[in-house]
Design a protein around this ligand. Structure first.
Ligand code: KG4
Ligand code: ZN
Length: 330
């Protein structure tokens, strides 16, 4: 069975082809460069880029997979959450495919797809229940996952998402966009306690807005007294990263303890972060099983959408009515 996955929720136009659970192609074109000068994703620019690129990306994904249009058996598309205009481009493209090929259509929650990413290519056996951790540009969430159609939200961010704060801090410090990969690279362990930054938490909910403000104020305070050197920047971002990532790790472990599960499955752009991956993996010595996606499936991609689509259709018999499936931005 061939599944085509379509992902246009933010700034990546992505199409992937799976043969059962194996990824045959995963083609992504990002409009990231066009957003760089604004320091964040501009919805109008992202939407126009999807419109311009989607048929190209789709055609290349079929070609790389070595299949033709009529080989497609199932169409999986991200219909939530994301930028409204961006979602609509992918969703309407998927609907047109489903109508013209007379094939089933399934709408996919982008965040749930991030949690599916580690299971692509049958890399690991899917065993429930587990705790799902999503740390991305738009969301920081913890789920109790009894199945991929039985996901219970147990913790979320109360304000900014973690990736968003990486991007904002990087922009403020003049490090460019996106901030995550730059901060990841500049991070130095020896500076992790240079400043006392504290990341907020209420139960399993997280708050990153306070730590963002604290970093900004600290830099301004220092700038009044001395020149901001690259070394000071490293101290600031290392202290920020250590505090944020240690809080995430502690919170997800406590959620796993609360719900008495040993497995923690992670996904989302920030899961590419080397320090976070290390801190999470250290929890294995306490008996937890940490399941991470490979780097290529951490940031937004259509393979994870196709993978979850195939699972839900095949194992759960889920498909959606073409006329009723809508884009849901939040
Ligand atoms: O999951 P994703 O591709 O898009 C959303 O669904 O939001 O995540 C993008 C976010 C950006 O905020 C980016 O700065 C962050 O992931 N990111 C990282 C790293 N690579 C990407 N954050 C920390 N460390 C990284 N290595
Ligand atoms: Zn994402």
């Amino acid at each position: 069975m061939f599944t085509i996955g379509i992902e246009t929720s933010c700034d990546e136009t992505s199409c992937a082809v799976l043969k059962n659970d194996k990824v045959l192609s995963n083609v992504t074109l990002s409009s990231l460069r066009q957003h760089k000068k604004y320091g964040g994703v501009i919805p109008e620019i992202a939407t126009r880029a999807h419109l311009k690129n989607i048929d190209k990306v789709f055609t290349v994904s079929l070609k790389e997979a070595g299949i033709i249009l009529h080989d497609i058996d199932l169409i999986a598309v991200t219909n939530k959450p994301g930028l409204m205009g961006a979602l609509v481009i992918g969703l309407n493209f998927a609907k047109a495919l489903a109508v013209s090929l007379n094939k089933p259509l399934i709408g996919i929650n982008h965040l749930h797809a991030h949690i599916f990413a580690p299971f692509l290519n049958n890399a690991r056996r899917i065993k429930f229940p587990f705790i799902g951790l999503i740390v991305s540009g738009g969301h920081s969430e913890i789920y109790l996952v009894n199945d991929f159609d039985k996901m219970r939200l147990v913790g979320a961010t109360r304000d900014d998402a973690c990736g968003e704060v990486y991007d904002k801090i990087a922009r403020f410090l003049g490090l460019g966009y996106p901030g995550g990969p730059v901060i990841d690279k500049l991070f130095e362990e020896k500076y992790k306690d240079a400043f006392k930054f504290k990341c907020g938490r209420v139960g399993f909910d997280l708050s990153f807005s306070g730590i963002k403000t604290a970093v900004i104020y600290k830099k301004e305070e220092i700038a009044k007294k001395e020149k901001i050197t690259p070394d000071i920047i490293k101290r600031l971002i290392s202290s920020f990263q250590a505090s944020a990532m240690n809080t995430i790790t502690r919170t997800v472990v406590e959620a796993a303890e609360e719900y008495k599960v040993k497995r923690i499955v992670c996904g989302g752009g920030v899961i590419a972060n080397r320090y976070l991956r290390r801190k999470l993996c250290e929890q294995e010595s306490a008996g937890f099983k940490i399941i991470l996606p490979s780097f290529e499936y951490t940031t937004d991609n259509a393979a994870m959408v196709a993978g979850l689509g195939f699972y839900l259709y095949n194992k759960k018999g889920i498909q959606h009515d073409i006329g009723k499936l809508e884009a849901e931005p939040n």
